[in-house]
Design a protein around this ligand. Structure first.
Ligand SMILES: Cc1ncc(COP(=O)(O)O)c(C=O)c1O
Length: 212
């Protein structure tokens, strides 16, 4: 709010929250989307602002997102900014894989945004006795899991879409199809449980709901 034009942090701020109803995040609705892996662009690096919910965080992702759209893909799968080998996020969501009955999400490393939905999925999975791993996962590991038939599901997590199943990934000339084109059981269970808690349709076993 400083009456000043220049490149420095402001000394005065106005904090406000805008509330509005939201529709479905992707035109596909709660259906598997197609994802494009880019090696030409990176979203974030450690030490940058990729792990913060700040507008500048999104700027670096928009051009690659447009390229994905032009190629018929809904969003970009981001690889790490150093080796472009390890998976970080999908679009502006965190990402989960179900491989051989294990739920895997990239470990927070300073360039991945620590989403609240990511946290919620991990917390629920632990109460469901699903094996959960927060660790590095490379695009090669996902390709190998697909070839060996161990790749069961991929989905994104974020406040807007809640859970967004991934049905196809394009990496260079390779196309990975996940499942049979329908929403997988794990993604479906997280989506239903989270939205039922949000809408008060089911008990809130985690104590997440705050009456206002
Ligand atoms: C880059 C990025 N990753 C992940 C997320 C998901 O975070 P959350 O679950 O808190 O909405 C967001 C949401 O804004 C995001 O911008």
């Amino acid at each position: 709010m400083d009456p000043f034009l220049g490149v420095r942090a402001s000394h005065t701020y106005r904090f406000f929250i805008i509330l509005s109803p939201v529709g479905v995040y992707y035109s596909e609705g709660f259906n598997p989307v197609k994802i494009w892996v880019t090696k030409d662009h990176v979203r974030a690096v450690r030490g940058g602002i990729g792990e913060a919910k700040t507008p500048g965080n999104y700027a670096a992702s928009l051009y690659a997102g447009e390229k994905a759209h032009k190629n018929g893909y809904t969003q970009v799968l981001w690889l790490d900014g150093i080796e472009q080998k390890y998976i970080e996020e999908v679009g502006s969501m965190n990402i989960f894989f179900v491989i051989d009955d294990e739920l895997i999400t990239p470990v927070l490393n300073g360039s991945i945004l620590p989403g609240i939905t990511r946290d919620s999925v991990i917390a629920l999975a632990k109460t469901w006795d699903i094996k959960v791993s927060e660790r590095k996962i490379s695009i090669d590991e996902v390709l190998e899991a697909s070839v060996s038939g161990k790749l069961q599901e991929i989905f994104g997590s974020g406040t807007a879409a809640v859970i967004s199943p991934v049905g196809e990934i394009k990496y260079g000339d390779q196309i990975i199809s996940i499942g049979d084109g329908s929403v997988g059981p794990v993604a479906n269970r997280f989506f239903q449980t989270l939205t039922d808690i949000q809408y008060g349709k089911s008990e809130d076993p985690m104590g997440w709901i705050e009456p206002v």
